[in-house]
Design a protein around this ligand. Structure first.
Ligand code: AMP
Length: 394
């Protein structure tokens, strides 16, 4: 039983930042406040806002030495201060990789922690950071339940073919397969679509999560049937600093002819490519849109081109397309990207309403378009809070 005072804390830990949010504990509980600590290891900065968006706490650390454990402790201390005696009854965590075994949120114990740690080689840039706050909380508050929610879980409904690479069976059997990511975002957006949009429940959707990380998900009957991300979150679309799909022959060439080792390749495909690499300027869409440099325009054109091609591929995987749903930083805010993607999808029957698109309306296609287009803001933290309270309730 939860009391009306009880709260749920959500942590979404990345390599250099931890996002956090606090909610009332019941299933659709109000947001109390949310924030993040950014630039961990460099110049850590914490900011927290209330539900209305007003800044309620801000703090910087000059020594730069705050690691994920210390940052988690700082967030717990802030929570105690802001909640003024209201108890946190559970923590929910975003975990990038659940492997083949975890298809639903799970209560974390030592065995689960050990299982999730075994998946670190499959997501070296995310998984260790997702797990660090769990270990810190297990030590500081061992009595508090912690719930792990997986970015891969939403995609476990995909047909076997959509999850397979054309590799020898022994390698596939060892877990080298397409997992798909951004699942918490897709789960939230698809639930919103089904609850609020006038689309049939069996609609064939492409959800476009276009942020710093970017991917597309084909959704049929509310379930993931294919996605552009694969074994890792570097596959698929052009992203802020990630290549997206890349001929593996390029990597062989770089290793054999140009002396690249694994570390250098990792740095290239995760941190130096994508919008940043092509533009030579920035990974940030706002900066690129404001630039007059031809390279910035080229980076955006490549970003859009890849999205349009992949939408065609996902429509083929579903045998049709009824609607495209835009979400995340670029999808929700950049009318120009939405217009350019829509132009490339005109042949599918998508016709954008330019006024609605510029205004950022919920529906941005013309009335009666064969393929409709929508903006649905994502909220991964809300999804984690929902899962956490559902898991606690059994
Ligand atoms: P996310 O990872 O979802 O936070 O998205 C980050 C991306 O969204 C960055 O490339 C930002 O430049 C982009 N973005 C955020 N707000 C806007 C905006 N108003 N117009 C264009 N791009 C935006």
């Amino acid at each position: 039983m939860t009391s009306t005072q009880d709260c749920i804390a959500v942590l979404n830990a990345g390599s250099s930042s931890i996002k956090f949010a606090l909610y009332d504990a019941h299933a659709e509980g109000d947001l109390l406040f949310r924030g993040q600590i950014e630039k961990l290891g460099l110049a850590p900065h914490l900011i927290a806002r209330n539900a209305a968006g007003a800044v309620v706490a801000e703090r910087s650390w000059s020594d730069g030495g705050l690691d994920h454990h210390a940052a988690t402790a700082a967030i717990m201390a802030l929570g105690r201060e802001m909640l003024a005696g209201r108890p946190v009854i559970a923590f929910g965590h975003r975990v990038v990789h659940g492997g083949v075994d975890y298809a639903a949120p799970v209560r974390v114990d030592a065995a689960v922690m050990a299982d999730l740690a075994k998946l670190i080689p499959l997501a070296p840039l995310h998984q260790p950071h997702n797990l660090a706050p769990m270990a810190a909380i297990a030590k500081a508050a061992p009595h508090l339940p912690q719930i792990a929610c997986f970015d891969t879980a939403f995609h476990r409904t995909q047909p076997a073919l959509a999850q397979e690479f054309a590799l020898p069976r022994e390698i596939t059997a060892s877990g080298v397969r397409r997992y798909g990511f951004h699942g918490l975002s897709y789960d939230y957006v698809v639930r919103q679509v089904r609850k609020t949009l006038p689309l049939p429940t069996d609609a064939k959707l492409v959800v476009a999560h276009l942020g710093n990380g970017a991917s597309l998900c084909a959704v049929r009957d509310g379930r993931s049937v294919a996605s552009t991300m694969g074994f890792t979150a570097v596959d698929g679309l052009v992203m802020g600093t990630r290549t997206g799909a890349l001929d593996p022959g390029v990597l062989l060439y770089l290793m054999q002819e140009r002396g690249y080792d694994a570390g250098k390749i990792e740095d290239l495909i995760y941190r130096r490519s994508g919008l940043l690499g092509v533009s030579g300027l920035s990974s940030d869409m706002r900066t690129l849109r404001q630039s007059r440099a031809p390279e910035a325009g080229e980076a955006i054109a490549l970003f859009v081109y890849r999205i349009v091609r992949e939408i065609g591929s996902l429509a083929a995987a579903m045998g049709g397309l009824d609607a495209i749903v835009f979400t995340a930083g670029i999808g929700e805010n950049d009318a120009a990207t939405r217009a350019e993607v829509a132009e490339g999808c005109r042949w599918l029957g998508l016709e954008l309403d330019e006024v609605r698109n510029q205004r950022g309306d919920r529906c941005i296609s013309v009335t009666g378009a064969k393929v409709s287009a929508w903006i649905v803001p994502t909220d991964e933290e809300r999804m984690i809070a929902r899962y956490t309270s559902e898991t606690l309730a059994g």
